[in-house]
Design a protein around this ligand. Structure first.
Ligand SMILES: Nc1nc2c(c(=O)[nH]1)N[C@H]1C(S)=C(S)[C@@H](COP(=O)(O)OP(=O)(O)OC[C@H]3O[C@@H](n4cnc5c(=O)[nH]c(N)nc54)[C@H](O)[C@@H]3O)O[C@H]1N2
Ligand SMILES: Nc1nc2c(c(=O)[nH]1)N[C@H]1C(S)=C(S)[C@@H](COP(=O)(O)OP(=O)(O)OC[C@H]3O[C@@H](n4cnc5c(=O)[nH]c(N)nc54)[C@H](O)[C@@H]3O)O[C@H]1N2
Ligand code: SF4
Ligand SMILES: [Mo]
Length: 900
């Protein structure tokens, strides 16, 4: 057979680290993924999500054909319908009656044409993006201080710093390769200190020299306190402040209120901890402050950003190697979206909607019939306008607002009421799609081609290495075709994505003359071949003149005066959840290591579904005890907006009074796991970014009549029970279940009927065995086909106590002997099938019990040795903090035992 195996150089589609990937397509259509050793973001490293990319290329869940009102149709009809309905709506109600809601997960070329169509041709700025939920506060903070949305930092700064402050960032899980670079830097430079500022003790905090578990949303007070301490210690960089900044006096006057006592009082941090933090910052020139959603997603997110920037400006620690503020972006193309001006209050190429000169320039470059002249609606307001009927036609691309926006049930209702909704997605199964009048199948990662920009402003190519399946088409093509059918043929007649990129690059340079930070003029004439071969490049890269090595090193900023601005930041009056007796807990939300947002892709990977199999709520032991919540039971959280049903995870990592849940579980994977419905639609006044980390909620125990656990080879149907959560596992699927307490007793027939609800009636070739323990009320059913297990269901009055990993593993066993069947029904692993335990290392599929066994056997004494002996932690490294914790806990116990 002819060998057609081929390796493609591309970029990871998940987080903003933007790692280079080598994708090798094999003759059997499988794809293997490796880190690209030559990419400057990762130099060959990948994390668990990147490593498992090969498991997400299946077509089972893909949206492959356009649909109108649920009926498959050809592209011409679908495009025509979208174009006609948008044109008619605009003709009848004006340009602001339509809107696009797009995403940091489309490519720069897609984003550029969407923004051009809305702002330059439709003539409205009603295009906003999920970046509003993500980076908007950083954008607003940068603009206030620098006059431009410039991220001055670069990854290599982490390697040259002596102090790295991670605030509102769970780097180990959310930017794992950057985290690895940081750990490697500490190995080379043992003097490097790491401070983690996060109300939760995360696994990122485990590696910190100092963890500051501040009170939620008290960051402004903390950094104001730091600014005061810097001033008092005489740490001002006077020449930098005098020559390159303004506004310090007012800013300092405010900061001076934050004495150690006041800061201690507001942040809840001990004075010793504060003094240590201040002291390290005072003494360390090479300091990087890296921040993410704990900073941005807040009612005072923009002020938090500026409070950080103030401290760096004050000390002149900006624009130089090994120092500076650094906002770590979330999505793979969050930065590209900012470059094309994808937010409702921006114009293209880092130009301003509010600047008439910029508007003239963009319009003359586009030669467009009109140009939006006022900011459009920001995400939360956009959906409110949809609900009110002001926006009558909405096109959603590459984002799932029914899950990810706050007050998500209101978003559902808005979409339900909207006369015309178009959704472009790669998945046929998202929570938003049922509301679409027209569904458009987009090309997915691996099929699409274009560019993305990562957190350090590095533009990299995503290259296609898989054929387009079904009728799927790239997003830029879909948007351009609609634009052409709306009457703008010439302006959107792009032969390919390279042509769009050239136009984007040319606009960035157009009459720029170093007045705008974003300039990639050197790339404006790339041929198709040069575009295809484009190596990763960090902007700016102007066509003429020297390329700036670093922004702000020369003291030049993009404000009117050319000076950076100190911004006076005072905490807003607090939302103060603790004072709402109906909702006494603060609800903090975020991410887990192995899932990506609403799980449309990572949910398909068995390896990535092993770390956490269901939605959960972290709660402090004291709070759990007061509420009579037992570990592994279920809990209901509720707010004025909605409620969710989650598994209880009791942990001291959580602050008393706060609870935490991940945002990932959609209605595709859990009955009531959509936590977006619980979040209050409170936004930052400057950025419009929702405060997704701080909603007041009530927490109570869920009274269950019974709990269940099921596994199956085929995907089970969604049952009608109060609780269920579905996850992929090796050989099939697993599901957790529970039903609310009723008067009805659990009976045998309930088990059989639930089994049938989930898996259908058993076929002639299948045999169902059951086991019933009347006293303990345990009920177990298992279905076999020949020697293999096809499905099983365990029911009990308390959370089902069988090992999940062992049960799941049974799906892959070739030969079930009669004795194995009995063992299985008894819920116990046979001695020939040890239980690996919960997945700890997703890269090599190593379970917690395997690690514990290796420790117990005395084979391993360090994280490195665990890697050498059983591979865990030796690839992406994001489980290393968890390995270290296991090692510490278990070697200490052993040591104590041997002493006693
Ligand atoms: N595994 C994984 N990685 C991802 C993603 C994913 O879905 N999964 N998504 C990507 C995207 S789009 C984004 S935006 C990034 C997000 O990356 P991060 O911002 O690092 O992740 P989060 O978990 O949202 O939140 C970070 C931390 O902020 C803390 N926090 C909450 N409130 C406060 C506060 O008041 N002050 C401070 N200082 N901290 C607080 C939370 O406890 C949490 O640990 O991750 C990216 N990477
Ligand atoms: N409570 C709470 N809510 C949050 C957050 C939080 O921390 N807490 N974080 C917020 C943040 S930072 C973010 S970034 C958002 C993320 O939230 P979303 O953007 O809603 O989440 P995703 O699951 O990434 O949605 C992307 C969708 O695009 C589809 N898709 C993937 N690739 C393509 C493509 O190439 N083209 C098209 N057309 N579709 C594609 C996927 O199948 C999926 O349906 O969530 C926000 N919401
Ligand atoms: S850190 Fe992981 S998810 Fe982020 S880009 Fe790199 S491989 Fe992808
Ligand atoms: Mo994000």
């Amino acid at each position: 057979m002819m060998q057609t195996e081929k390796t493609f150089r591309t970029t990871c589609p998940y987080c903003g680290v933007g790692c280079g990937v080598l994708a090798t397509r094999h003759d059997d259509h499988s794809v293997t993924i490796q880190g690209d050793p030559d990419h400057p973001a990762n130099y060959g490293r990948l994390c668990s999500k990147g490593t498992a990319l090969g498991e997400t290329f299946g077509l089972e869940e893909r949206l492959l054909f356009p649909e109108i009102e649920g009926q498959r149709c050809d592209w011409e009809r679908a495009l025509r319908r979208v174009a006609d309905r948008f044109s008619q709506t605009i003709a009848a109600h004006g340009p602001n009656s339509v809107a696009f809601y797009v995403s940091g997960q489309i490519l720069t070329e897609d984003y550029y044409v969407a923004n051009k169509l809305m702002k330059g041709y439709i003539g409205s700025a009603n295009i906003d993006t999920n970046s509003r939920l993500c980076m908007a506060s950083s954008v607003a903070g940068h603009k206030r201080a620098f006059g431009s949305d410039t991220v001055p930092g670069q990854y290599e700064d982490l390697e040259h710093a002596d102090l790295v402050i991670l605030t509102g960032s769970h780097l180990a899980w959310c930017h794992p390769v950057l985290f690895q670079r940081l750990l490697a830097a500490r190995t080379t430079n043992p003097a490097l200190k790491i401070v983690v500022i996060d109300p939760r003790r995360t696994t990122t905090a485990d590696i910190a020299d100092l963890h500051l578990p501040l009170a939620p949303d008290s960051d402004v007070a903390l950094f104001n306190g730091l600014l005061r301490a810097l001033a008092q210690a005489g740490k001002a960089d006077h020449s930098f402040i005098r020559n390159h900044t303004e506004g310090l006096d007012d800013c300092l006057a405010e900061a001076n209120h934050y004495s150690l006592d006041v800061t201690h009082h507001l942040t809840g941090l001990s004075k010793e901890a504060l003094e240590t933090f201040f002291d390290w910052f005072l003494k360390t020139e090479k300091t990087v402050t890296l921040y993410s959603q704990g900073v941005n997603q807040s009612e005072r997110g923009t002020d938090k950003v500026n409070a950080i920037l103030n401290c760096h400006l004050f000390t002149g620690r900006i624009g130089k190697l090994g120092m500076g503020p650094f906002s770590a972006t979330g999505q793979p193309n969050a930065m590209g979206g900012r470059e094309v001006g994808g937010l409702a209050n921006q114009l293209a190429a880092h130009m301003e909607l509010g600047n008439p000169q910029h508007r003239r320039l963009v319009q003359s470059f586009w030669q467009s019939p009109r140009l939006a002249d006022a900011p459009g609606l920001k995400a939360v307001d956009l959906f409110k306008a949809v609900a009110k009927g002001d926006v009558k036609a909405l096109w959603i691309m590459a984002t799932n607002p029914v899950d990810s926006l706050p007050d998500a049930d209101a978003v559902k209702a808005a979409l339900q009421a909207c006369p015309f909704v178009v959704i472009s997605d790669v998945s046929a199964q998202t929570d938003s799609l049922p509301f679409a009048h027209v569904k458009l199948p987009a090309a997915a990662y691996g099929e699409k081609s274009g560019t993305v920009t990562n957190s350090e402003r590095c533009i990299s190519r995503q290259r296609s290495f898989l054929p387009l399946p079904g009728d799927a088409k790239p997003d830029w093509w879909i948007i351009s075709q609609v634009a052409q059918r709306m009457g703008w043929k010439e302006a959107f007649d792009y032969p390919d994505e390279a042509a769009i990129f050239r136009e984007h690059a040319a606009l960035s340079a157009y009459e720029n003359h170093n007045t705008r930070d974003f300039d990639i003029g050197a790339l404006r004439n790339l041929s198709r071949t040069a575009y295809d071969q484009l190596a990763p490049v960090i902007w700016p890269c102007p066509e003429k003149g020297a390329r700036k090595a670093r922004f702000f090193a020369d003291g030049h900023f993009y404000t009117k005066t050319g000076r950076a601005k100190f911004i006076t930041t005072a905490p807003l009056p607090s939302l103060n959840a603790a004072h709402d007796p109906q909702h006494p807990f603060i609800f903090n939300t975020g991410r887990v290591r192995d899932h990506w947002h609403t799980m449309t892709r990572t949910g398909q990977s068995e390896r990535l579904s092993g770390h956490y199999g269901e939605p959960f709520l972290e709660i402090h032991p004291k709070d759990a005890a007061a509420l009579d919540l037992k570990d592994a039971s279920l809990t209901e959280i509720s707010s004025d907006y909605g409620h969710a049903l989650l598994r209880v995870l009791i942990t001291e990592r959580q602050r008393p009074g706060s609870v935490f849940a991940p945002l990932h579980w959609s209605a595709q994977y859990a009955a009531q796991g959509r936590i977006g419905s619980v979040i209050a639609p409170v936004t930052d006044p400057f950025s419009g970014q929702p405060a997704s980390k701080m909603s007041p909620v009530a927490v109570k125990a869920f009274a269950a009549a019974w709990y269940g656990f099921a596994i199956s080879v085929e995907k089970p149907a969604q049952p009608k029970t109060s609780y269920w959560a579905l996850a992929k596992t090796k050989g099939g699927w697993r599901m957790e279940l529970a039903e609310a307490q009723t008067d009805k007793q659990k009976t045998r027939t309930d088990g059989v009927s639930l089994m049938e609800q989930l898996f259908g009636p058993d076929t002639a070739t299948e045999e169902t065995l059951s086991y019933y323990d009347q006293t303990a009320q345990l009920y177990r059913l298992a279905r076999f086909r020949e020697h293999r297990l096809t499905a099983a269901l365990f029911l009990a009055p308390a959370p089902v106590a069988v090992s999940r990993s062992w049960a799941c593993h049974s799906l892959t066993v070739d030969c079930f002997s009669p004795q194995d069947r009995l063992h299985f029904l008894a819920g116990r692993p046979g001695s020939n099938r040890p239980d690996p335990g919960q997945t700890l290392c997703a890269c090599f599929d190593v379970g917690i019990n395997q690690v514990l066994q290796a420790i117990k056997d005395g084979h391993v004494h360090s994280v490195e040795e665990i890697g050498q002996k059983i591979q865990a932690g030796s690839n992406c490294g994001s489980c290393r903090p968890e390995l270290k914790r296991l090692l510490d806990a278990n070697t200490t116990i052993k040591h104590l035992k041997s002493v006693s």
